[in-house]
Every structure is written in C-alpha cells, then in structure tokens.
Design a binder for this molecule. Structure first.
Ligand code: GUN
Length: 299
C-alpha cells in the first residue's frame, strides 16, 4: 500500500511561512501584501474556488480584494479593471479566474496583467523565465509549484535519473509542470490525449503526474510499482451514496487500485488542491516583498 501524501499538511507549512513573512512585512513597512481576485460570471465551482482563495488571503493577513463581475462584462471592461489593478500600489498579485465566459478572450486579459503581479505565472515573461531555467526571478504557476513541493518531499530536490510523465499540456499546469521537473533533472515526457499507448508511456514513469480532467482515467496497470503518483484532477461526479442528486470531487487517478501498486500517491481531495491555494499566497507574498525592494521568503 502506497504512502498517502498529505497535501493539507504541506500546505499548512507553506501558509505558516507566508503568514509570518506577511506579518514581518507589515510590522517593518506598514504595508500588507495585496491580492486581487477577479471572477466573471456565475459558475458555482469557480465561485467556490475564488471564495477559498480570498478567505485564505485574509487568513494570511493580506489585503484581499475580490471583484465579482457579471456574465455580461465586456472584454474592454475586464481589461480596464486589470489596468486599474496593475496601477494600484496596494495590489501585489492579480488573479483572473479561468475559464472566462465564452464571449471573452482570456489570453489578451492574462497578458495585460503586469508580470510582477501575475501570480498565476501565465504571462509570457514568467512562462519564458521558467522555460529558460530562471526559477528565481519570476512567478511560477501555483499548481505545478505546489505539486513539485510534494514530489520533493518523496524524492528530494534532485530528480536525476528519474523518469517523469506529465499527462496534460495546458499553459496553467502541464507545460510548467514538465519544465519544473526538467529543471530538477528528471527525464520528462509530456503525454496528452493524442499520445499513442498512454498506458505504456505511464508505466515507464517513476513520477506520474495526471492532469487530464477525466475521473479515474489512470488505472492500476498504468502505474509502475513503487512510482509516485500525483493526481491534479478535480472532477465533480455524482455521489448517490451521499443521497439523491449529491456530488463529490474526485481525481484523474483510480485511487484505491493505484494505491495498491504506487510507492506514494496524492489523494483527491486533500492532495494537490490545498497546495494550489498555498502557492498562490506564496507568490503574492513574494511579489509584495519584491515590490517593496526586500529579500523574498523561500518555499
Ligand atoms: N481555474 C482553475 N485553476 C486556476 C488557477 O490556478 N488559476 C486561474 N486563474 N484560474 C484557474
């Protein structure tokens, strides 16, 4: 039976460091880290994520501002809000929750956030720094940064000689995850929905990271005995056992069967999820320290 990786515990330790750094910053400068979260439309899941982010920012002692815009918001209105937040010295981090409603183009909005405040690490400057191996001066996408901390707990920070497979190739997760693993010396394969023999590719992985958005797609036969399995999926599925019409969150990995062969595995919920929010706080406190010309805390 695999070790269950406790994401809540690891996230708690990141949050402790963030909270202490924010407190020291406030004592020494009189300024609190500021996080602005922008959400457009009425998607209940997105609202729930955003509320958790805003609540955690408050808990860390940040100045937390949430902008909830109606579904009818135009591209110009959204970009105008981002421009205002870019210019606001009390705001050190800006997050525009994705996906945006269909009538809005996300890429111009994301790229209009100044890189110094881009706590999602999605701007071409931050993505480029990661791609060129500069892990120190930019901001790195929260979920892969959090997943790497969990991987480091199992394997240490040097992944030399290990095969890592990332399933998924999004800008928000798959690409930055693969680049982080590569920077840590792993031999990295990026697999995706068009890959041939996905199961065979995954069976070669010492570190298998799944971010596909399909409940329980990764099966026991896909997992190399002793491998570390990181499940990034957040899928809402029916849960009739909880009552009629009830749902629950589940991952991309068939947890019970994969835990029989893996060496270590993250659960869903309670694995990567809490790390995403913790790393958003970490990025914001880092951005605030940089804006104030102070040495940054490390995570
Ligand atoms: N939607 C789901 N995850 C994320 C995230 O990490 N950042 C943003 N901006 N939107 C998301």
């Amino acid at each position: 039976m695999a070790d269950i990786i406790d994401g809540k515990l690891a996230a708690g330790s990141v949050i402790d460091t963030v909270t202490k750094a924010a407190k020291t910053l406030a004592q020494e400068t009189g300024l609190r880290p500021g996080l602005a979260v922008v959400i457009v439309g009425d998607d209940p899941a997105s609202h729930s994520y955003v509320n958790s982010k805003s609540k955690m920012a408050e808990q860390c002692g940040f100045n937390s501002v949430q902008h909830s815009l109606p579904e009818t918001t135009t591209q110009e209105e959204l970009e105008r809000l981002v421009a205002t937040l870019n210019a606001d010295p009390a705001v050190h981090g800006i997050l525009v929750q994705l996906p945006l409603p269909r009538h809005l183009k996300s890429e111009p909005v994301i790229q209009s956030i100044v890189p110094e405040k881009d706590v999602d690490g999605l701007s071409v400057v931050n993505a480029g720094k990661l791609a060129t191996g500069d892990l120190a001066s930019g901001l790195i996408s929260c979920t892969p940064a959090g997943a790497l901390i969990l991987i480091n707990k199992i394997h240490g920070t040097d992944l030399s000689g290990l095969n890592a497979v990332v399933i998924g190739r999004s800008n928000l997760f798959g690409k930055p995850m693969a680049l982080l693993l590569l920077s840590a010396n792993a031999t990295v394969t990026m697999a995706h929905s068009r890959s041939k023999d996905l199961a065979g590719i995954c069976r070669g992985a010492d570190i298998l990271v799944a971010a596909v958005g399909r409940p329980h797609m990764v099966k026991r036969e896909w997992v190399k005995p002793g491998a570390t399995v990181i499940d990034v999926g957040i899928n809402r599925v029916p849960a009739p056992e909880k009552g009629e019409g009830k749902t629950k969150i589940t991952g991309d990995v068939a947890f019970e069967e994969c835990a029989q062969v893996a060496g270590a595995i993250t659960p869903v919920p309670g694995g990567v999820g809490p790390m995403t929010i913790a790393m958003l706080m970490a990025n914001t406190v880092v951005a605030a320290h940089r804006a104030l010309g102070r040495p940054t805390p490390t995570f």
